[in-house]
Structure formats: C-alpha cells, structure tokens
Design a protein around this ligand. Structure first.
Ligand code: AMP
Length: 540
C-alpha cells in the first residue's frame, strides 16, 4: 500500500474560522468597554461582515500577501476585526505594544516594515510621539472616544466602507504568516516572532481541550492580557473558533472595573498576569460581598510566578486560578497546571503544591531541561536546567535574525531562558530565569521561590528578589517588598515568616521596603531596573 493516506489536504487557516462564526454563532455577543466606560455590544455576524470589509478595504488599499499591518489598540471589537480581517487578506497582523517606549515602538515598526497603522483615537498622542520616526502608507483611526481625526489620517469606519463584505479570500497556505508579536525586550532589543495560520489554529485547538483551558461555546471570555501581548494568549482566536462570547475590557484594567465587568457579563474565563490578580485580591478582601461572579469562574494566570496564597484566596471566592506558562515565542500557551486524575485524592495542601507548578506541556509540545554543560537532566524533581522546547506553535527562529545559538540549541529546540525542575509526573516547576538565579557560594538560589514565599505574607503586596554582588559569597539575595499601608516589616519578620520553608543560606540578607517594584510593559517585575538600584550595595 502507498504510504499516503486518503485524507484531504485541507488548510488550517483563518478564513474557515471567520466563515464559521457567521454560519454557526451569528448572534453570540462581543462586548467591549469603551474609553468612557460605556459598553459597546455587537455580535459575531457583524464582526464577520466588518472583518471581511476590512480585508477588502486593505486589499483595495494595495495591501498584498506578506505585508504587515500594525495595530496600536486596546482590547475591543475593532481590534478583533483586525485580528480576523488582516490575516484573511494574506497580510500579517502586527500588534504593537503600547506600553513600550516610543523609541522601541518606532524601532519595531521599522524593523517589521509595517505598511499601514490602525490606531485607537485615544492613542493618537502616543502615535504622535513616533510619527516622525516611522513612515506608513496610511494611518487609520478608530473612533472610540470621538477625538478629532487628523487630516492626514482616515476614519476607520470610512475606511471599512471602501471595502465590501462580499470579499473573496486569496489562497492562503497554512504555513503562511498570520501575525507577529515582538518580545517585550527585558534584555536587548525586542525580537519578532511570526505566527502562522497553522500554528494559530492548532494553538486554538489546544486551548479548547478539556485538559487545557477547556474554552467552549458556553464560556464568556475576558482576556485582560492585552491583545498586543502574545495575541492575548490566543484567547480571541480560540473564542472565535468555538463561538464563545467575548467581553473585552478596553483600557479599563483596574480591579474595580474588571470585577464590575465580570459580574455584569457573568464572565466564566478570564486571563492575565499576576499583578492584575493581586490588585483584584485586595479589592475582594476589602469588600468580600460586593461582587457576585459566575459560579466556578476560571482565571488563567501566567506571565510571571504566582504565589500559592493567591490560589487559596481566590478559591474562597469561587474563582479558580489555572496556572499557564508560556512565552511570546511559544504560541504563547505551552503548559498548564491542572491536577492529573491520580492526584484528586491528595490532601488540599498537596494539591496546592501541584497547582503552583507550571504543569504539563500541552499535546504536541515537547520539553527537556538542560544544565549549563549541555547535559539533559532527569525528571526527578531535584535537578534543574534550562527548559528547551519544541512543537507546532513554538518559534523556530526570530524575524530577520534567524536562529542565534544563545536562543536555539544546535538541534533546533528553543532555549526559553527559564530554569525549571521536572518531577517524575512530568510537571514543570519554574525556579527562575537563567539571568535571575542567585549564585551564592557556588549554590543556586531560586529568586522565584523566595519571592513567592514572601508574597504569601498577608501584609506583603509584592516582593521581588534579586542577586546582588557579595564580596564573600559572590552573590546574595536581596528582597524588595511593597507592604500594605500603615504596616512595617523588618528583615527578621520576613525571615520568621519563611524560615521553615528554606535552608538558612537562602534567607535574603537584605529586605528593603519600597513603594513600587518597577514593571515591564507586560506587567512583569523589571529586575534589571532593581539590580541597577542596588548596584554597589554595601552588605552589613
Ligand atoms: P512573554 O514573552 O512576555 O510572554 O514572557 C514569557 C516569560 O514569562 C517566560 O519565559 C517566563 O519567564 C515568564 N512566565 C510565563 N508564564 C509564567 C508562569 N506561569 N510562571 C512563571 N513565569 C512565567
């Protein structure tokens, strides 16, 4: 027999998803919070029609396959139309991170060679800061707040009207580029990651799996993670694929606005970085009876380590945190912290210890841990190494930069820069970033473990641990903490609180109270800024 199957060669591409929402889920709502806090409501049929008009308008405007169309936008209906409409022309959706410096944004626009920009009117002041450093064929402005549209720009609604919903999709190969995101650039210049139609479809399928985020048609999904950060973790695409209602928070990401939205729209699944949930935790603790969210609401949390106390507190509010790990380079979802069947009878404490791990890789994602000498480490829950990863939605190179040896192994796996142990059950547990580990007297100390333990203290709001040069030990840990108003905590208080969890050599030699921990554009602790602050620190 021939080795060939009898199966059709049918592309895994976005036009199918866009057609599907119109056919099967036309009345499912897409709700967006506008800058003035009012709610804009539309449905998937309108989203489909308008996305096709956008695709047609872009094609009429000369956008060709492979051209980049940039967006500078919050999470709302028009951004969703760009998510669908731009790739369905064969062009590449390039979401710009509005929290980067204007200089970095301009660099990224020029590096990607973006042809058209679609920008929220409320973000025009930011556009004005990059305007002189970039050159677009056209700038299209989305009228969200009724701001005046500059003469040299086009109103998004007028632009849509230059196209037709009767749009014929071009031939799109499933391996064609669909979208691109730049990494948030915690070290060096941001790097471009280009997703394909195939990788996006497969990633969406994986998020819909029951043993993953289990996103389905009954869900009401709110990506708090911005649509400019790793495609909002793929949630808009997965929601469209399964026909789940989308509730998009616009620019209002404070705890109160989000809780109001969760209650009003009875959101069943939300997603964001831990800083968002820390703020929500404080709001809930201050007014525990104020909001009534959907029963058993799921919250995918990732992007940075999550202290165990956060899982426990949210459980008491019937809001379940699901740990998700990944990076811009990995789709982004690569692993998920769900209990296995043989873990259901474990004690509550044991289950929490598992839930704080980054979990099992999704199907078709493969991981290994490699030590400094390039030796693969056993999955014994003890030996640690850098996570290397491969799979159908893991990048195999960076845009225009190829495969540098510090980013990819010789046999083609992505080097994540995350250090982890893997236990015999296959659960990944991140211990650090390679560059954030503290090397004290030849031993590695995990800054992540320390900061998570400190953040479990009821009076600590945030804690970041960094390595600071030490004359005797090479490096020692220093903890910067943000405490609740009116509270003061000494080094001894912190030591007393975490002492039974760590060997005494791990206890931070300095605990400094700060008003704020510097954060990156995507809400992670910016440890390089902290390190600068404590450079030359004189140890007692
Ligand atoms: P980004 O590309 O901005 O999404 O950042 C990816 C990085 O965020 C990863 O390499 C990790 O260092 C960190 N990260 C993502 N998810 C988690 C998680 N669940 N726990 C700890 N760190 C995480």
């Amino acid at each position: 027999m021939s080795t060939k199957s009898t199966m059709m060669d049918f592309p895994l591409s976005l036009p199918h998803m866009l057609e599907r929402i119109g056919l099967y889920f036309p009345t499912v709502q897409v709700v967006s919070r506008m800058p003035d806090k009012s709610l804009h409501r539309t449905n998937y049929l309108e989203i489909q029609q308008r996305s096709k008009k956008l695709a047609s308008a872009l094609t009429n405007a000369g956008i060709k396959k492979g051209d980049c169309v940039a967006t500078l936008m919050w999470n709302h209906y028009a951004h969703l139309e760009c998510y669908m409409g731009v790739p369905c022309t064969g062009a590449v959706l390039h979401t710009l991170n509005l929290r980067l410096s204007p200089d970095d944004i301009a660099y990224i626009v020029n590096h990607a060679e973006d042809k058209i920009l679609i920008v929220d009117d409320v973000l025009l002041p930011l556009y004005n800061q990059i305007k002189d450093k970039v050159s677009f064929d056209k700038v299209v402005v989305v009228p969200l707040a009724g701001e005046a549209i500059p003469e040299d720009c086009v109103n998004y609604e007028d632009f849509l009207n230059t196209g037709s919903a009767d749009f014929t999709y071009p031939d799109i190969d499933e391996n064609d580029a669909l979208g691109m995101c730049y990494t948030s650039g915690t070290t060096g210049r941001p790097k471009g990651v280009v997703y394909s139609h195939r990788s996006t479809v497969l990633h969406s399928m994986s998020e819909a799996l029951d043993s993953s985020l289990a996103i389905n048609q009954h869900d009401v999904v709110t990506p708090v993670v911005p649509m400019f950060h790793a495609n909002a973790w793929g949630l808009p695409y997965t929601s469209v694929m399964v026909g789940a209602k989308l509730v998009l928070p616009g620019p209002h990401l404070d705890a109160e606005s989000l809780m109001d939205l969760y209650e009003q729209e009875q959101v069943t699944l939300s997603a964001g970085v831990p800083t968002i949930w820390m703020a929500i935790k404080q709001a809930l603790e201050a007014e525990p009876k104020r909001w009534k969210t959907a029963p058993n609401m799921r919250m995918a949390v990732g992007g940075a380590a999550i202290p165990e106390s956060l899982f426990r507190v949210f459980d008491t509010f019937d809001m379940k945190i699901i740990q998700a790990w990944g990076m811009t380079e990995t789709g982004p979802l690569a692993s998920i912290g769900l209990l296995k069947n043989n873990m259901m009878d474990l004690s509550e404490d044991e289950q929490y210890q598992i839930r704080v791990k980054q979990g099992l890789p999704l199907p078709f994602v493969e991981v290994r841990i490699i030590d400094d000498d390039g030796v693969e480490q056993p999955w014994d829950g003890v030996e640690q190494g850098e996570i290397q990863i491969r799979g159908p939605w893991i990048t195999g190179s960076y845009h225009k930069e190829g495969r540098q040896p510090d980013k990819f192994s010789a046999d083609g796996w992505l080097r994540t820069g995350d250090v982890a142990i893997i236990d015999p059950e296959g659960f990944i547990k991140l211990t650090d970033r390679t560059k954030d580990l503290v090397k004290s007297g030849g031993e590695w100390i995990s800054s992540v473990d320390l900061e998570n333990a400190i953040m479990d203290h009821p009076d600590v709001i945030e804690a970041a641990v960094i390595a600071v040069a030490h004359p005797k030990w090479d490096e020692r840990p220093l903890a910067a903490i943000v405490v609740k108003e009116g509270v003061s905590l000494s080094k001894e208080d912190i030591h007393d609180f975490i002492r039974d969890k760590f060997h005494k050599t791990w206890l931070p030699d300095a605990v400094e109270t700060v008003t704020d921990i510097p954060k990156t554009s995507t809400g992670k602790f910016m440890k390089k800024e902290l390190r600068k602050l404590y450079e030359g620190w004189i140890w007692e």
